[in-house]
Design a protein around this ligand. Sequence first.
Ligand code: PXP
Length: 247
Amino acid sequence: MSERIRLGVNIDHVATIRNARGGLHPDPFRAAEIVSGAGGDGLTIHLREDRRHIRDEDLQRVRDASELPINLEMAATPEMLDIALRFKPETAMFVPEKREERTTEGGLDAARQHNHLAPFIRQLKDNGSKVSLFIEPDMVQLAAAHQLGASITEFHTGRFVELCQAGEGALAGEELERIRACAERAVELGIEPQAGHGLTYDTVTPIAEIPELTELNIGHFIIGEAVFVGLEAAIREMRRLMDEARA
Ligand code: PXP
């Protein structure tokens, strides 16, 4: 079909388990090493304002563990900007962040937040990072991301996954078409389209089949599956399904 689609593995939840007990185990450093050896193409980590999983000291340790590019998810705050400017991730991804949410609930409102986001994006790009915006598969948001000069947009696949899991096949099909149309338009605009959130073995194939998508970022399911089969095996199986989708 088309070239290989990259797999970015989000290792936040290794740190969630570590933090549940305090101490050092399980260590995101080791997770990063395993991702590199198991066919992962990138590492995603989200430094949240409340440090509920990844902590400041993890950033450098994850970098030291692997040669893989790092996608740093972050809120558009002065504190995070300062950290990202010092850390220089390959990609800085802006996500909306609410303290009370369990995970990133929706995409960024890039259209409404233009004036707030613009200086953050400019500084990070000038500092050598690509900038990604996590948005819903929505043409208005995509146009706003383009205006803001985003290098990448990651389309939120959460709704697609939820509809699949609820047995709402027709609505899931419509959501899939929205993701596909946005991926096509992103390429026309010169933006690299990626996707992620909530993806599982059962839902990854139709997303990975969208030829324009260059990368999927997957975390919770892989780390959960790793409890049963080990992290390396969980990554390899996701990788296999993604490769099969592109075969
Ligand atoms: N992409 C973004 C922007 C996210 O915030 C997350 C979750 O941290 C993911 C992808 C991965 O989602 P999941 O953990 O549900 O696979």
